[in-house]
Write a protein that binds this ligand. Structure first.
Ligand SMILES: [Ca+2]
Ligand SMILES: [Ca+2]
Ligand SMILES: [Ca+2]
Length: 330
């Protein structure tokens, strides 16, 4: 009897551990609203490798809804549909880094069940990060969604508390956040130099031939089939929380203080400024200081000796404003 009691207790404990953060707007949710000041920038460069409308019937062809740029910039509801197992790969010239807490968030276009705020239509995707675009590390995905009955391709709601480590957990306008801390035990990835993030649609079939597995080799039951042109994960945007160099967003309200031209530039970079510029520093995208001035002369910087490429110029004005501008040397 005592043994039975212990077994029962273990069963309850396992169930409790399956309860991950709830849907956006509910107590304990980790969802990040698109207007949150936590975001310092939005990913702009995205390549799409479309998946099939239905992996089990490739004669239907691949998804076509949306274009690469649908996944760029601020979340706007314009999405690109990845299809079964399709991928989006973001590139960051200014790498994502592991700062305190979450480092980036992914936006999809799921929606809530009007009758139950815990439930939503969820399409899920794996998330992977890479330094070089060749070797990727995947965030550990967990799904405790029941796999006895296939989640329908459209209009069936699921409780996101059953899911962790997968993009698409949260409804439209709310990002699902990811923390690079997860990879701290690995020496094979530099967490302060993430140039690539891959988002790969979960093929939601519960049939073993076509299914996707979470990190514990459980089948992930996700809407399937989604055999229409907008099938699969609908990627809206990627919000950046921590990156190596501050961005123009951090210059907000200060752009009118300093502008640089021409850009791209070959020889003389001109600085137009309403405050006297005290100091300038040119930094490579690898974070190496290339050049530093004691005084900026005549608001010109000679960049003729730099190699071709993109650089960051940090300018400090007399009033203590620090402005960051990127320029391309050609
Ligand atoms: Ca972090
Ligand atoms: Ca899918
Ligand atoms: Ca979008």
């Amino acid at each position: 009897m005592k043994q039975l009691f212990i077994l029962f207790f273990v069963f309850i404990a396992a169930n409790v551990s399956a309860q991950y953060a709830p849907q956006a707007g509910l107590l304990g949710s980790t969802a990040l609203h698109k207007d949150s000041s936590i975001f310092v920038d939005w990913a702009i460069s995205c390549t799409i490798n479309r998946g099939w409308m239905n992996v089990a019937d490739t004669a239907l062809g691949k998804t076509t809804a949306g274009v690469n740029s649908s996944a760029s910039g601020f979340p706007d509801g314009d999405v690109v549909s990845l299809g079964d197992g399709g991928e989006a790969i973001y590139y960051f010239s200014n790498p994502i880094v592991n700062g305190p807490g979450f480092d980036f968030a992914i936006f999809e276009n799921g929606f809530r069940n009007p009758a139950d705020s815990n439930l939503s239509y969820m399409e899920l995707a794996f998330v992977e990060v890479s330094n070089d675009g060749v070797n990727y590390k995947r965030f550990a995905a967990t799904s405790h969604i029941d796999t006895s009955i296939q989640t329908a391709g459209f209009g069936q709601y699921t409780d996101c508390r059953l899911v962790n480590g997968l993009a698409g957990k949260y409804i439209a306008n709310y990002g699902t956040p990811f923390d690079l801390d997860e990879f701290l035990p690995l020496s094979s990835i530099n967490l302060n130099d993430i140039h690539y993030i891959k988002i790969k649609d979960v093929v939601g079939s519960i049939h073993r031939n076509d299914c996707s597995y979470d990190a514990q080799q459980n089948i992930i039951n996700d809407p399937y089939p989604t055999d229409f042109i907008s099938g699969g994960f609908d990627l809206d945007a990627l919000g950046i929380i921590h990156q190596l160099y501050p961005t123009s967003i951090l210059n907000e309200g200060k752009e009118n203080i300093v502008s640089i031209y021409p850009n791209p530039c070959q020889n003389q970079l001109h600085i137009q400024s309403s405050e006297r510029v005290k100091r300038g520093t040119v930094v490579s995208l690898e974070g190496k200081v290339i050049w530093q001035s004691k005084e900026i002369d005549q608001n010109n910087i000679d960049i003729s000796s730099l190699k071709e490429g993109v650089y960051l110029l940090k300018l400090e004005t007399e009033k203590g404003n620090i402005i960051h501008q990127y320029f391309t040397k050609n």
